[in-house]
Design a binder for this molecule. Sequence first.
Ligand code: ZN
Length: 165
Amino acid sequence: MQKTKNMNPKNEDVPKAADSPTITQEMVTETNIEIAKRRAGRRGSPIENVVDATCHVCGSGSVSFVDDLAFEVVLTGERIVIPNLTGIRCSNCGDFAFDSDSSKIIDEHTGNKTAGGYECGISTVGAGKLGVYFPKDVLRVMEITKKGKAIVTPLSRRKMIVELY
Ligand SMILES: [Zn+2]
């Protein structure tokens, strides 16, 4: 096997057919792996190489990394749309999830909107326990399910954080 790997990283760009007529399939593969590694390193997204993974919703092998997800939420009566987010999406059923980079971006854009939020009543949920019913919009946007679990962290006598995990 002949290897003509160029050690200069500045010349490791995607080979163009026009000015690189001697590129072998092996070299193309090697270069693509290198590019994928560097992209993953730069973006810090551990799911960047996900292609045709199995979907946990519909079971088809159609889950791949995408960079055109959008996050949409209404906070304090203000509609927030964040486009071009990275994550994974099933091309069969449309189920999707944001990666950690996108989650951070979403938090940055929505985390300081504590003045409004959703009003929920506190009521008895059985056996003398008190509970809060999440509004439908919150359930939908945050994809909260029946078996979900959360950590509640009191911040003060009037404020708490509810984190889903
Ligand atoms: Zn699916």
